[in-house]
Design a protein around this ligand. Structure first.
Ligand code: SAM
Ligand code: SF4
Ligand code: SF4
Length: 332
């Protein structure tokens, strides 16, 4: 199944909740996501059976990788049950992106249920910087404990995502690279993006990936490596002393829409064909109206084959103002 730009559907990102216990300023700023904010009511969330049904139909259409995300996916009660159901669909690479706060407790159960790997978000190893970024005072050590627990449970190699924001944590990038060097865990530095409509994004707050690589390379000699597979979003660099690699995700300065094979399913069951989409396609309504597999399948085919998205290639200060959906809602 191909879209209008001849891109197949390969990756499915499933947001299992729009809630989170962190308030990262670049994603869910406290001023907006406070006690007056209306999160989705429980009955609006797709049930595990509904999620699994949509995932199964998409696997039939070419999906090979599924990533559970959110919001904070480990806040969804009994997430390991969903993991087991999705793992039961057969040959699919099943991963999870988490802020790591509940990972120490859950790693074992997730691995037993059939999760393949985890990605943990951690923006800095400097406690003051990290606590200010998550804005709920959550300490670095507990995320590191979560990473250790995941590796011990067999959910490695753990990838560690760090969003870099100018003047906030850019001075801690090299420390971060050094810390994970030689551990087998792979840190990936992400350019700060204009997702959603609440984070007040400005181009001058983005630290270009080229600058990140140069600052690491000045202290830890490294060279670029081939992508693991076509369409890999992270650009890889390996340390010349053989102590491992790191990556950069240059969504702003080096967009990769041409190879984008990702489809997103929101917590309430809308499909989004781009991280920067302004509207979704409601699959929950169709499911709950008793839609057959044929009807659902035809809907999925239509959504993907009509897809034209290439937001990052046409981004500008005007597009940053568009009424895009929040990342915590459709999943990062
Ligand atoms: N709560 C989980 C977590 O933080 O890992 C999963 C959801 S979160 C939305 C997924 C990823 O999106 C995280 O790695 C986060 O750092 C990244 N992210 C969120 N807002 C971003 C932004 N404005 N620019 C770049 N990455 C962002
Ligand atoms: Fe929560 Fe993840 Fe967004 Fe941070 S990036 S607010 S941890 S959903
Ligand atoms: Fe894919 Fe949209 Fe990101 Fe481009 S901007 S890489 S189409 S999600």
């Amino acid at each position: 199944m191909f879209d209008t730009l001849q891109r197949p559907v390969r990756d499915l990102r499933i947001s299992v909740t729009d809630r989170c216990n962190f308030r990262c300023g670049y994603c869910m700023p406290k001023e907006i996501f406070n006690r007056n904010y209306e999160f989705l009511a429980r009955d609006l969330l797709l049930r595990f059976e509904e999620i699994t049904r949509v995932a199964g139909l998409l696997i039939d259409r070419g999906v090979e990788k599924i990533r559970l995300t959110g919001g904070e996916p480990l806040l969804r009660v009994e997430l390991e049950k969903l993991v087991a159901m999705l793992a039961g669909l057969g040959e699919v690479d099943l991963t999870l992106t988490t802020n790591g706060s509940l990972l120490e407790r859950k790693a074992e159960a997730l691995a037993t249920a059939g999760l393949s790997r985890v990605t943990v978000s951690l923006d800095s190893l400097d406690d003051d910087v990290f606590q200010a970024m998550n804005d709920v005072g959550f300490p670095v050590d507990r995320v590191l404990d979560g990473i250790e627990a995941a590796a011990a449970a067999g959910l490695g190699p753990v990838k560690v995502n760090a969003v870099v924001k100018r003047g906030v944590n850019d001075h801690t990038v090299v420390d971060m690279a050094r810390h994970f060097q030689g551990t087998g865990q792979i840190v990936r530095f992400i350019e700060y993006m204009d997702v959603g409509a609440t984070n007040g994004w400005r181009l001058e707050d983005v630290v270009p990936a080229g600058e990140i690589v140069a600052s690491i390379g000045a202290e830890l000699p490294c060279e670029p490596v081939q992508a693991n597979y076509a369409g890999e979003v992270a650009r890889r660099y390996r340390y010349l002393d053989g102590s491992g690699e790191f990556g950069v995700i240059a969504s702003v300065t080096q967009p990769f829409c041409g190879a984008c094979t990702r489809l997103r399913l929101s917590a309430e069951g809308s499909l989004y064909t781009c991280l920067f989409a302004t509207e979704g396609h409601d699959v929950r309504q169709l499911i709950r109206a008793g839609g057959t597999d044929e009807e659902l399948g035809a809907f999925l085919d239509e959504v993907w084959t009509r897809r034209t998205d290439r937001y990052s290639e046409v981004r500008s200060s005007e597009t940053a103002e568009l009424p895009k959906v929040e990342m915590s809602y459709i999943g990062g």
